[in-house]
Design a protein around this ligand. Sequence first.
Ligand code: SF4
Length: 208
Amino acid sequence: MIINNTVDEEKLYNNSNVYASHLKWVPLSEGQRRKFAGREPAPLYGDILIAKLRPGQEIEMELFCEKGIGKTHAKWSPVSTAYYRLTPDINFKKDILGDDAKELKKLCPVGVFDIEDIAGGKKRAVVADARKCTTCRECIRPQKFNEVVDLGKLKDRFEFHVESVGVYKPAELVIEAIKKLKEKAQHWLEVLEHQEASAGAEDLDGVK
Ligand code: SF4
C-alpha cells in the first residue's frame, strides 16, 4: 500500500527502525541496580541499526554482556586500525624559484609545498607541511627536482595512527599499550635475572 503517494519506508512505517539506543539494560539484582546507578551499561554507539521491522513483526530477545580483552578474542579489541611511520623530513638542496616553484607545488597531490615571496619580487618554493607527505614520489619524477628535493625521514620521531572502536580514546590506547609493553619487558627482565641468578648458584655448587 502506498500512503501519501510515497514509497519512502521512513514515512510509510513509524518507528520501524530498531537502533542500538533502543536496548535497555535490566539489572539482574538489586545490587547491580545500585552498583550501576547513573552509569547503566549501554551500547557505545546508539545509532547502529539492528533491524528494520515491518507491520506485524516484532523482536523478542535477551542480550548478555560479556567483558573481555583483545588477547582472548579480537572482538574485544578496542583498536581497529593501528600503524606507525617515521615522520617525513623534506628539504631542498638549493632554492627552487619562479615557474619551477609553481610546478613543484602543483606536482604534490597532498599540498606539501607552498610558494613564498622573496626579495626582488621572486617566488620560492617552501615546504609548508612535510607531515602531509605520503611518499608517493611524484615530486621527484622530473629529473630537475630529483636532484634538489630531498625526501627524508626523521629517524627518531614516530607518528602513530590509531583508530578506536571502543570506550578508549585513541590517545589513551597508545598510553595503555605502552604500559602493557613495559609490563611485559619488566616480566622478561625478571625471568632473565632469575635464570642468571640460578645459573650462578649452580656454578658455585659445581665449584664446591
Ligand atoms: S613524495 Fe608525494 S606527497 Fe611527498 S612531497 Fe613529494 S609529491 Fe608530495
